[in-house]
Design a protein around this ligand. Structure first.
Ligand code: CA
Length: 228
């Protein structure tokens, strides 16, 4: 299957140019001309790399990058019209893998695409795995097992568990969990974290008669093994 690149760029001429060049290199290309549509396409799956313009209508490139990063580690190369260091820092801070100004030569962009894809490919092959006792979470496969037994989790349950396991032994406030798993633009109640914690406890702690998720009264939660 062809490697698929999503180009999110509002300047139609540049988007068209990139599409033609990338097609010529053998990549499949999708184009979005605003941030919102770009984000939707990025989340629709099967995208291998995103070329993301910084200044976009709808959602800014930075915002698109942040939102995509909450859900996926698809490689992102950011483009900007300005050769501005603060833009670069912001772009990389928001989770972009690389950064280029628009005065780039297409050969340079193609070279960077190859580098970023190669780097991600290697990382993907490692299949990052989080462990706590007999509980294993396979990041790329979106799979969780306890003592080899599959645990079926919804997308949000999985993300919450991943966040808890990544912060094993650290007390997490409801607000922190909410920001990380549901996003800063979540308008609901912080109780949603309690509800999902309950789901996870039912599926893991109760199911296997263990205790990983501990309540820290008045603060939030901590993920750790009982015997630790
Ligand atoms: Ca633009």
């Amino acid at each position: 299957m062809k490697t698929k690149i999503l180009v999110i760029e509002d300047e139609v001429k540049i988007a068209r140019f990139l599409e033609l060049e990338l097609n010529h290199e053998g990549y499949a290309v999708e184009v979005a001309h605003d941030g919102r549509l770009g984000y939707e396409k990025a989340m629709a799956g099967d995208i291998d790399l995103i070329i993301l313009d910084l200044m976009l209508p709808g959602l800014s490139g930075i915002e698109v990058c942040r939102r995509v990063r909450r859900e996926s580690d698809v490689p992102i190369i950011m483009l900007t019209a300005k050769d501005d260091v603060s833009d670069k820092v912001m772009g990389l801070d928001s989770g972009a893998d690389d950064y280029m100004t628009k005065s780039f030569a297409i050969e340079e962009l193609l070279a960077r695409i190859r580098v970023v894809l190669k780097r991600k490919g290697k990382r993907g092959a490692n299949n990052l795995q989080l462990e706590c006792g007999k509980l294993s979470l396979f990041v790329d496969e979106h799979r969780v097992t306890y003592s080899g037994k599959e645990i079926s989790l919804s997308k949000k349950e999985f993300e919450l568990l991943k966040y808890l396991m990544e912060n094993k032994g650290i007390v997490l406030t409801r607000e922190k969990i909410l920001d990380h798993v549901w996003g800063y633009d979540f308008y609901g109640d912080t109780n949603v974290t309690d509800v999902y914690i309950k789901y996870l406890r039912n599926k893991i702690d109760q199911q296997f008669a263990v205790q990983f998720i501990h309540t820290v009264r008045g603060v939030g939660y901590i993920f750790k093994q009982n015997e630790e």
